[in-house]
Design a binder for this molecule. Structure first.
Ligand code: PLP
Length: 502
């Protein structure tokens, strides 16, 4: 090697040792080819810790706004400068966004297809006028729904009801299930005079003691009805009156899955047995279960998965006991698991009676089977019942998903992300465990909640935004334009954070 004082063999050995040392204590993710995109940045770029001085919350005028919600704001954003997978904050920090506004950005920030849609003169009236859709829908609204929402309807669902947000969708889906249940029970006869008078004073039989069965760890929203089925965090529920509705245990799977096949199957069987017991108990109590609600992956509750077999059996239990089966795809829907709906992974042609959505779908709402159509107008109703301008954007999002094969991209980048997480948990077993995921809908557990929160903050200061869920999980919720390249960018940065973590 040209140095007269050190023999080549010693130098070679030295370099070999350096390499072994390097490989044994640092994870270095492969870099994938950077995708060609005119509208995106190529990397994070940090100028200050986050929140930076411009995001600091104390002086006015920010403090005036913040007085609404002092505990929750992370930092202020510059949406004009944000592009694709990168969110820019008020201080000019550019971060790779793996949290995407609580999982609600379908194709990244300022996507050219959406920018174009807003300048198309044919779309202007949809943005300027917000109709009361329940009574005065635009004449082309049915065709627009066929083009957008109904083109991705889940198997067996012929109808869709739009709404504003996730909670509003679930809340109205519950009402649809109760109405369906009572119509089924009454048969041909209409409601009695007693039912009509008692409902006006919140009493039975007009306000019947029906219930919805939900799962421990589930999250279905924060309005009063939804909250009775939400069991993920105390802060959502404390001080709010609720219903006496049954709550079943959700399977707690042990990882790695291939090592715990028997234990996990037993755990799922235990939970299903409990579901049936609860349905029987609540019927005996005079509060029959009209519907069962479940997320295909419990998201806010900690990214808790169950097998496809579990969900198919649960669906069968609902059918057997005459309960409607409501699959809440507010967080899992829209392509993030590599299929358009997470329930498609179950591989059944009759997955549900109701599927609710929001977030990446840009509009809220729910699909439902014909028999859940209420018998009269105004039974499921509110002023706006959605927003046609969101439907314009959704059509464009669906075009981009199809044109750019984004579901395949999600499967590919999700594999790279999950593989990287497996490698990191093998390298840092004292910090990380239980890497899991479907598509890019991935998560990993930290050793405790404090470590989880610290890892998220340290990673943010290095230019990647992450979210937490459950007690100690980190969740990954990139948009559908997240590529392998971005997965490796994140993995390298996360590795640096882990390597420095005491
Ligand atoms: C599965 C699920 N259902 C319902 C909701 C409630 O949606 P929103 O916050 O839009 O009311 C959420 C929100 O995170 C969710 O993840």
């Amino acid at each position: 090697l040209g140095c007269p004082l050190i023999p080549d063999v010693v130098l070679c050995f030295y370099h070999f040792c350096k390499l072994v040392f390097f490989l044994s204590c640092r994870y270095v993710s492969k870099t994938a080819a950077q995708p060609v995109s005119e509208f995106e940045y190529d990397a994070p770029s940090m100028k200050t810790p986050v929140p930076g001085p411009k995001s600091k919350l104390s002086p006015p005028p920010h403090s005036l706004f913040i007085s609404q919600n002092v505990g929750a704001v992370n930092f202020f954003c510059n949406y004009e400068e944000s592009r694709g997978n990168y969110l820019v904050d008020a201080d000019g920090n550019r971060m790779l966004d793996l949290y995407t506004q609580i999982s609600s950005v379908p194709i990244g920030y300022n996507h050219p297809a959406l920018m174009k849609a807003i300048t198309n003169p044919n779309n202007l009236t949809a943005f300027v006028n917000r109709p009361a859709l329940g009574i005065l829908p635009p004449e082309n609204f049915p065709e627009k729904l066929i083009e957008s929402l109904l083109s991705v309807a889940p198997a067996g669902m012929t109808r869709v009801q739009t709404m504003a947000c996730g909670s509003c969708s679930n809340e109205n889906a519950f009402k649809a299930m109760f109405i369906w249940y009572k119509i089924k029970e009454r048969g041909a006869s209409g409601p009695s005079a007693e039912e009509m008078s008692s409902c006006m004073i919140n009493q039975g039989p007009g306000c019947p003691d029906l219930s919805i069965l939900s799962f421990m760890g589930g999250f279905h929203g924060r309005t009063m009805g939804c909250l009775a089925t939400t069991h993920s965090k105390v802060i959502h529920k404390l001080d709010i009156p609720s219903f006496d509705w049954p709550i079943a245990p959700f399977p707690k799977l042990q990882y790695p899955l291939e090592q715990f096949v028997r234990e996990n199957a037993q755990e799922e069987a235990r939970c299903l047995e409990e579901v049936e017991d609860l349905i029987v108990k609540w019927r005996q109590k005079g509060k029959p279960v009209a519907g069962i609600i479940v997320e295909p992956i419990q998201a806010e509750g900690g990214d808790n998965h169950a097998s496809h077999d579990f969900f198919i059996k649960l669906r069968n239990i609902a059918r057997k006991h005459g309960c409607a089966f409501h699959v809440d795809e507010v967080q899992t829907g829209g392509g993030t698991t590599g299929k358009f709906w997470a329930h498609e992974h179950w591989g059944t042609g009759d997955p549900a009676d109701i599927v609710s959505f929001s977030k990446k779908m840009l509009t809220g709402g729910y699909y439902f089977k014909d028999e859940l159509q209420p018998d009269k107008g105004y039974r499921i109703f509110n002023t706006w019942m959605g927003d046609p301008s969101k439907n314009v954007f959704l059509s464009e999002v669906l075009n981009v998903i199809r044109r750019e094969n984004l579901l395949e991209e999600v499967t590919r980048s999700g594999k790279a992300l999950l593989q990287g997480l497996y490698e990191l948990q093998a390298q840092y077993p004292h910090l990380l465990s239980r890497a899991r995921g479907l598509g890019t809908f991935c998560a990993i557990d930290a050793r405790d909640d404090v470590t989880r929160d610290n890892l998220i903050l340290k990673t943010r200061d290095k230019g990647v935004l992450l979210g937490g869920c459950g007690e100690m999980s980190i969740r990954f919720r990139p948009s559908l334009v997240f590529k392998e390249y971005h997965a490796h960018q994140f993995l390298n940065i996360f590795n640096d954070v882990l390597a420095e973590y005491k």
